[in-house]
Write a protein that binds this ligand. Sequence first.
Ligand SMILES: [Zn+2]
Length: 473
Amino acid sequence: MKTLIKNGTLVTASETFQADLLLADGRIALIGAGLSADGAQEVDAAGHYVLPGAIDVHTHLELPFGGTVSSDDFYSGHKAAAFGGTTFHIDFAMQAKGERLQQAVERWNKKAADKAVIDYGYHLGITDLNEAILNEIPEMGRAGIPSLKLFMAYKNNLQVDDTTLFRTMLKAAEHGLLVMVHAENGDAIDVLIQQARAAGHLTPEWHALTRPDWCEGEATGRAVALAAVAGAPLYVVHVTCAKAVEAIALGRAKGARVMGETCVQYFHFSVDNLRQPDGAKFVCSPPVRTAADQAALWEAVRNGSLQHISTDHCPFLFDGTRPIMYEGRPFQIPGKELGAGDFSKIPNGLPVIEDRMPILWSYGVGQGRISLNQLVALGCTNPAKIFGLYPQKGTLAVGSDADVVIWDPHKQKTWGVNASHQRTDYNLFEGWEITGLPVKVFRRGELLVDGDRWLGQAGTGKWTPRATHAPVL
Ligand SMILES: [Zn+2]
C-alpha cells in the first residue's frame, strides 16, 4: 500500500520546508519535490502541515488504582491518542510485590495485545527489588524495555527507599538503561496527609496543600544527586514546579546526565481549580501548582531544561455512579466519587492523551510560547531519542516508520467532553477554543483517522522494542 502526500509543509524538530512524502510498506520511502508514484493513493496537503506522529512516554491505560481502574484501555486510549495526533506511547508495566519483571510484562501484554491500535512500548515500574530482580534488569534491556520507573512517593504502597533507587541506578548505568523517578518526598507527604485528615481538612484543595513543592524539589534534587554519584542517566517524570526545574537545571549545569518532562496540564491549571466544586477532576500527583510554576515550566521547555511534554494520562470518571455511552454501549466504572468527603481517597489521574497536541498547538505555538519546531522536538523527536526509538519513530526521514499526521492550522473546534474520544465523562479543557487540528493520522502508513472518521482496528498496534544506551539530551 502506497500513499503520496503532496504539497504539504513538513515540520521536523529543526526544519520547516515544502515537500512531498511517499509512504510505502509502512515506511517513509521518499521525501522530495514533485514526487509521483504509480498506484499510490494521493492526498493533497496544500495549506496543511505534515508532522511526525507524536509520542507520549507517560500513560497508564487500564491501571488498577485506589479501588478502581483507569477508564481508558489499550483500545479506547489508543483511539483517543490517534485523534489527538499521537501514534506511539509508552505505558508502565507495574511489578506487583513478589513478582518477576517478566511476569509484569506478560500481564501488560494481555491488556494490550488484542486492543492496541497505535504502536506502544513499556517502562518497567519497580516496586519490589531483590537480587533476582536486579539480575533481571539487564535482560529486560536486551528484550527491548530499556527504562525503569521508581516511585519516591506513595508510602506503604509503591514507594521505594533510597537504597533501592541507588542500587537500581548502579545496575542501570552498567547496562545502558534509563532510570525514571516520580520525585516527591513520600515520607513527609504521608505525615502531612495524616495531619490534614485529623484536622478535618478533607476537600480536594488539601490534595495540593499536603504535597508542597518543596517535597517535589527535595526529592528531585536527591534523585539528581544519586544519579550523579551512580553515573546513571536519570529522567524525572511529570515535573510540576520551579523548585524541581531548578534541581534538574543545577544537575545538568554540574554535568549530571539528568533530564525531565512536564505534562500539558501543569501549564494550564493551578490549586485554584482544586477549590472549584468539581475540584476532584483536577486531582493528580504531583498536584497542579501556581501561575509562577506554570511560567517556570514554559521557560524550562524553551531553554532545554526539560525535554518532553507528556500527559501522565490516567483517566477516571468524575461520577462513576452513572454510565456513559462509549461506541454505542454503556460503560461504567467507579471514579472520582470514591473520594467524596476525603481528598486522600480520590483516584489520582487525569484524561489528557488526546488533548495534549491540540492544546499545545493552540496554546503553546498559537500563543507564541513555543515554536512549531519546538513542538515537534518536545512532542515527537526528543522522546524518541531519549527512549531508544530514534530514528524509527519521532521524525520525518526516509526509512522511518510512516507515522505521519496532517494538521490543518485553520480547523477550529470548541474542545470538550462531547468532542473527545477519551473514555470518561469530563474534559479538563471544556469550552476551550482550538485552532489547528489533525485531519489525517497515519500509523505505519495506515490511515487511522480521517477527519472525524475512525478507521483504526483493534489488535493492529504493535509492541515495539527499544534500544539500550540511548543518548542523554
Ligand atoms: Zn504516571
